[in-house]
Design a protein. Structure first.
Length: 284
């Protein structure tokens, strides 16, 4: 991305005013045409990989997804950015230095007045994860935090490929565990009626496709299998059994449905079998 002089992004003509500090800025947007994005494989976490092109090099769409005020580093998804409750703006403003110090420890040297780098992209998702603490339940903040945590982990994995001695693989694992907790919490809130997922038009989890509520349940089950607490075998087995039932019910024990995305259906089948294997259950 930043190693190439070829343009992959632009700054929107529309000006944005930060609701926290009233800084006026323009959002950086990804230019997607002209062979900039070459879609690669879809991971089991529903993360779309992209192949580098000879002309544009490596491009990371998630780098541009979160809107960040370049002055106070308040961040949110684009459509939520201006909707922060004005009664909370002072509180967000007061935590500015704390946010910046946290980011400097994890993602040093970022500058949101400049074009986004991979490091700044990871920082932007982390800031969104943090700032959704200030949003009310009508904005479905918990699942948005889960998505931001998962996206942060993916960008940390990309950072690890570039800087293998900086331990971003370990940081990525921490954010996946955070996402596992938040996805479980979001689904529990949805099922209890405490916090609906209806405020989220695109449940991702990546930016290329919306896998909807079924995708949320799948990610919850997958992250629970891969990163859930293994301290108590009894609790882990109970969690896996619950997720197995959810996957089985959602996908009709793997039977094909025209209403379900093909890749998600296949991945759900694989997840179901992986859970069964850990539970030492025989095939149906």
């Amino acid at each position: 991305m930043e190693e190439h002089d070829v343009k992959v992004s632009f700054f929107s003509r529309d000006e944005i005013t930060c609701p926290v500090c009233e800084t006026v800025f323009r959002r950086e947007e990804l230019l997607s045409g002209g062979g900039r994005l070459i879609a690669g494989k879809l991971t089991d976490e529903l993360h779309r990989m992209y192949e580098p092109s000879a002309k544009y090099g490596e491009v990371y769409p998630l780098v541009y997804q979160a809107t960040v005020c370049p002055e106070c580093w308040y961040a949110a998804m684009d459509k939520d950015f201006a909707l922060l409750d004005e009664n909370l703006c002072f509180e967000v403003s007061q935590s500015r230095d704390e946010r910046k110090n946290e980011v400097e420890l994890l993602f040093p040297g970022v500058d949101f007045y400049q074009n986004r780098t991979l490091m700044a992209g990871a920082a932007s998702q982390y800031l969104a994860l943090r700032c959704y603490d200030y949003f009310s339940k009508k904005f479905s903040p918990t699942i948005k935090q889960g998505m931001a945590a998962l996206r942060t982990s993916w960008l940390c994995e990309d950072l690890h490929k570039k800087m293998p001695n900086e331990h971003y693989d370990w940081v990525a694992t921490l954010f996946k565990k955070k996402a596992q907790y938040l996805y479980g919490k979001a689904v529990a809130f949805e099922q209890s009626g405490e916090e609906s997922l209806s405020a989220v038009k695109n449940l991702g989890p990546d930016a290329d496709k919306n896998y909807g509520y079924e995708g949320v349940l799948y990610i919850m089950g997958l992250l629970s299998l891969k990163y859930g607490d293994a301290g108590s075998a009894e609790q882990r087995n109970a969690s896996l059994e619950s997720n197995k039932r959810t996957i089985a019910k959602m996908f009709g024990l793997g039977k094909s449905s025209k209403n379900k995305p093909g890749p998600l259906l296949e991945l759900a089948k694989e997840l179901y079998n992986r859970i069964k294997k850990e539970l030492n259950e025989a095939d149906d």
